[in-house]
Design a protein around this ligand. Structure first.
Ligand SMILES: NC(=O)c1ccc[n+]([C@@H]2O[C@H](COP(=O)([O-])OP(=O)(O)OC[C@H]3O[C@@H](n4cnc5c(N)ncnc54)[C@H](OP(=O)(O)O)[C@@H]3O)[C@@H](O)[C@H]2O)c1
Length: 249
């Protein structure tokens, strides 16, 4: 197992879904984990309980990544409770698929605010720490940036922005030993894709048929990959986006 002992991680949007799977995997590898959530305190508490029951360290912290004051508070709390933050996973995301003729300014601000600006703000907060000796950032994108699905114009554009930011941040922060990578998950079974109606739909059947490994992803599929990218085993990898989609592209 990749050792993350003595490391402090923030996973944004970890009250459920892919973020919960990542937080659980980082804690299992030894990191103290801040389980960030926006509205679902019960979900975040459940994730923390699962981690502590397994002998790990975790704390739920509310905060909207699109809000500058919340991001400052998130980092302040993490540093006070666990020490300097040297692992950051930007997973918080909002998704709306809609025809381009129907998307609104509200859709734009909601998705760009959380998916892109949230990632920028937390990266700035991590880099503002002058007492870290290197760090690893992992940004959660989507396989949609390779597939360009119809009705995903805004959502996929925000994630393409995240990927561009990932590559540029890796160049700017590399000299400080801060590695910045991304993962691009394929369609996965989460609260988000259940409430959107994807899970159980004809669209999901078509997606599974187009996936060489023949199933929909699960939150547990991504934790080990993120734990690897956060660990010293990935010390020579930065500015990369790793497709994790069961082969669907
Ligand atoms: N599921 C998929 O098929 C899939 C595929 C490719 C990529 N992704 C990406 O993977 C990530 C997770 O997706 P998911 O399906 O697991 O999502 P999900 O089940 O809908 O959960 C979203 C999480 O993000 C949090 N969140 C949303 N806006 C936030 C904000 N402004 N500040 C802080 N937290 C916020 C939510 O918090 P609360 O619930 O507490 O409000 C929740 O914990 C997203 O970035 C998504 O774009 C998902």
């Amino acid at each position: 197992m990749n050792s993350l002992a003595d490391r402090t991680a923030i996973v944004t949007g970890a009250s459920k879904g892919i973020g919960a799977g990542i937080a659980t995997a980082l804690a299992a590898a030894g990191a103290a984990v801040v389980v960030n959530y926006r509205s679902d305190q019960l979900g975040a508490d459940r994730v923390v309980r699962g981690i502590t029951a397994a002998g790990g360290r975790a704390l739920a912290v509310q905060g909207d990544v699109a809000d500058a004051a919340d991001v400052r508070m998130l980092f302040d709390t993490a540093r006070t409770e666990f020490g300097p933050v040297d692992i950051l996973v930007n997973n918080a995301g909002v998704v709306t698929f809609a025809p381009l003729t129907a998307i609104s300014a509200d859709d734009f601000h909601r998705m760009i605010g959380t998916n892109f600006w949230g990632t920028v703000q937390t990266t700035q907060a991590l880099a503002a720490q002058d007492d870290i000796d290197g760090a690893a950032i992992v940004n959660v994108s989507t396989a949609g940036t390779l597939q360009f699905p119809a009705f995903g114009s805004l959502y996929v554009a925000t994630k393409s922005a995240v990927e561009a930011f990932t590559i540029i941040a890796a160049k700017e922060l590399g000299p400080r030993g801060i590695r910045v990578n991304g993962i691009a998950p394929g369609p996965s079974d989460t609260e988000g894709t259940r409430s959107s109606g994807f899970v159980g739909s004809d669209l999901e059947s078509a997606s599974v048929a187009a996936t060489p490994l023949g199933r929909t992803g699960t939150p547990e599929d991504y934790g080990p990959l993120v734990a690897f990218l956060a660990s010293d085993d990935a010390r020579w990898i930065t500015g990369d986006i790793i497709l994790a989609s069961g082969g669907q592209r």
